[in-house]
Design a protein around this ligand. Structure first.
Ligand code: SAM
Length: 277
């Protein structure tokens, strides 16, 4: 059957290369190229852009990104079984796909980033997705090397990323993402869109760096949110005891009887900036 890009259908690719999905690697593949194109389009224009992709697997999203005109895709894949399938895509798009076999959690993306615009697009392995996002949000200098992140998460995680105060999903991830980025959920993807289907609904999240986030030391912000949300139902005068408790809250002009989930990102930043070490 003909496909949008002239390469074989993904179902055939998976069969020919024996890519039965492995749970330990978070493998839930997307086989519909219309859907992978929709995800790639959520990243905005790709012409002239280098895209980092984590976990290309058999290459459904990779093919979409390349067909939409990305200058180059640098894809990091841990499962060596996928490399021959990805080599076929590289042959179809000469000089535009570089595959690195390795663990994305140990990859220094900033060091690999070329000159020019860089976007990150991925259908992430669920077991490492949140940690990768945090790594991309926490570099010492800002704006970061990437122009945007377009990432698939379990919907539950997506809700935590875009949450703001007074939302049940608000927590450390929402504060961190809200501090440094504009984050929004783009669309949901039902379990049956994946092979094999996961147990839960997924969602695509798009994050764009704020050019000038409120000045703050990321490690201090992490300490405050860790303490506050570690005991999210308690009043802040109790939960923030390890980092300064009531005295700290008074200096920040924040009512010690409030709870973590009522504090805005700006208030968390104010607290973090008052930590002395
Ligand atoms: N992008 C493909 C798609 O959309 O069909 C596959 C997505 S699948 C959810 C996740 C992919 O990430 C798998 O191919 C898996 O082998 C790979 N993977 C898992 N852990 C990884 C890691 N730590 N570093 C790089 N790739 C990883």
């Amino acid at each position: 059957m003909a496909t949008l890009d002239g390469l074989p259908p993904l179902r055939d690719v998976i069969q020919r290369h024996g890519l039965d999905a492995r749970k330990a690697l978070g493998q839930n593949f997307l086989l519909d190229l219309n859907l992978t194109q929709k995800i790639a389009r959520s990243a905005g224009p790709l012409e002239g852009v280098t895209v980092f992709e984590v976990g290309p697997g058999p290459g459904g999203l990779t093919r979409a990104i390349l067909s939409l005109g990305a200058k180059k895709v640098i894809a990091i894949e841990r499962d060596s079984r996928c490399l021959p399938a990805l080599a076929e895509i590289a042959d179809h798009y000469p000089g535009r796909l570089e595959v690195i076999e390795g663990d994305a959690l140990k990859t220094d993306f900033a060091a690999l980033a070329p000159e020019g615009p860089v976007k990150i697009i991925a259908n992430l392995p669920y077991n490492v997705g949140t940690q990768l996002l945090v790594n991309w949000l926490l570099p010492g200098h800002w704006p970061p090397f990437w122009e945007s992140l377009t990432l698939m998460f379990q919907k539950e995680v997506g809700l935590r990323i875009v949450a703001s105060e007074d939302d049940d999903h608000y927590g450390r991830l929402g504060v961190l993402a809200g501090w440094r980025t504009d984050a929004r959920m783009v669309f949901d993807v039902p379990p049956q869109a994946f092979t094999p289907p996961p147990k839960v609904v997924s969602t695509v999240v798009h994050l764009v760096p704020r050019p000038t986030p409120l000045p703050c030391d990321a490690a201090k912000l992490e300490r405050v949110t860790h303490a506050a949300f570690g005991q999210r139902r308690k009043m802040l005068r109790q939960s923030l005891k390890p980092v300064g408790g009531e005295a700290l809250l008074k200096r920040a002009d924040i009512d010690p009887q409030r709870r973590a989930e009522t504090l805005s990102v700006e208030e968390f930043v104010r607290l973090a900036n008052l930590l002395t070490n």
